[in-house]
Design a binder for this molecule. Structure first.
Ligand SMILES: [Zn+2]
Length: 386
């Protein structure tokens, strides 16, 4: 009798855990990266599909177990949806550690949600404990998608590849591309030499901090929110020598000020909002916007509530207008934070709705073509390695 009960219990447990591992990761992905309403071809205006280069500066799709070559009904980005939305380039960012119970105001580095997520998604056991392995595996995954895409998707790593891609895509709008970035340099595990591994894996921009202070600098959401450390300064010099771009997103105001002081290297803010339209701990002040403009940097505006104080296209368009009025229409871009556990109104097929909202803000077609991707293309052509 006992034996039978044990056997039944065991079977129930096995079924339960199998179901948990098979379904829960997608359930988490579905729930966390949900959209309020989808877009569609009906939202495209007459010239949307002829915008030559649409691009977005930030997407965390590599965090989730999703085959990006297949269209999904959840999450925000995959290659088929990029094709539908005429998107030429998405930056896929590597997230390697986030605190459990993450919040905007203050986080410690004591807990590691990504360890649990790696385990729940049955990633390689090394990923459960090792931030560098987990981050490099995300980079490898993007290259694998490229290898398996029959030429429809590629990873861009230098100017030459970008120019070739632009030439090919002018004849074939079904081509798509990705670029790799890092969100939080804690995946270097404190070792400057690890930067070479990430450069070789294709990483071309790095945000020093994510949701907690680390050995390189202070986060806008950290406990101390301090500035750059001595090691952080060394990292910036090393990044500069490799032509790795600095991303200011999530950095504390003190870190941003220090970065302005110690480097003249290229700067972008991959996904943010601005205090002028939406006050928030990580949103840019007017002084920061002006300095980024003076350095011919690039500011990517997001789609989520705490970035733009709304989740609709109008809120995003208002913040874009604010930046364009301050520093020029050539220095602002889309920085969606798609698949970054954000609730936006749209997935990437909603970009036509952003275009409509930009028209409402008074932008004309040339300016909209710059904002929707021309500025990203030009910035990368200026700043990627040869
Ligand atoms: Zn982020």
């Amino acid at each position: 009798m006992l034996k039978k009960t044990l056997r039944i219990t065991l079977i129930v447990l096995v079924v339960f855990f199998t179901a948990f591992f098979v379904f829960v990761p997608n359930l988490v992905d579905r729930y966390i990266n949900r959209t309020i309403h989808a877009s569609g071809p009906a939202d495209k205006n007459g010239w949307y599909d002829s915008i030559p280069f649409i691009a977005d500066l930030h997407c965390d799709a590599l965090l989730w177990n999703r085959n990006l070559l297949v269209r999904h009904s959840f999450g925000h980005v995959d290659v088929p949806r990029m094709q539908e939305a005429n998107v030429a380039l998405e930056v896929f960012t590597v997230v390697s550690k986030t605190p459990i119970g993450i919040n905007y105001d203050k986080n410690s580095d004591k807990t590691d949600m990504n360890a649990l997520l790696s385990f729940a998604q049955l990633r390689a056991p090394q990923d459960w404990f090792d931030m560098k392995a987990r981050a490099l595996h995300q980079c490898e995954q993007l290259h694998r998608f490229a290898d398996e895409s029959n030429g429809k998707f590629r990873v861009i790593a230098n100017k030459h590849e970008l120019l070739n891609y632009m030439a090919e895509r002018s004849h074939d709008r079904s081509l798509t591309a990705g670029l790799l970035g890092i969100e939080g340099a804690h995946c270097l595990e404190g070792n400057l030499n690890n930067l070479d591994d990430f450069y070789n894996a294709g990483v071309r921009y790095i945000g020093l901090t994510h949701f907690f202070d680390n050995e390189w600098g202070g986060s806008a959401h950290g406990e101390k929110k301090g500035g750059l450390t001595e090691k952080g300064k060394q990292l910036l010099h090393r990044m500069d020598s490799l032509h790795i771009i600095i991303d200011l997103a999530h950095a504390s105001p003190a870190t941003i000020s220090d970065i302005f002081k110690v480097t003249t290297g290229p700067l972008l803010v991959s996904h943010t909002g601005v205090k002028g339209t939406c006050d928030g701990v990580r949103n840019l002040s007017d002084a920061q916007i002006m300095e980024i403009g003076r350095r011919h940097g690039l500011i990517g505006i997001g789609l989520w509530e705490t970035a733009v104080c709304g989740t609709d296209a109008d809120a995003t368009a208002r913040s874009i207008k604010y930046v364009a009025d301050k520093i020029g229409v050539d220095k602002v871009a889309m920085g969606s934070d798609f698949d970054g556990a954000t609730h936006s109104s749209y997935d990437i097929t909603g970009f036509p709705v952003i275009v409509k909202a930009l028209i409402k803000q008074g932008f004309t077609r040339p300016g909209i073509e710059q904002i929707m991707g021309g500025n990203v293309r030009d910035f990368l052509l200026r700043n990627l390695p040869e």
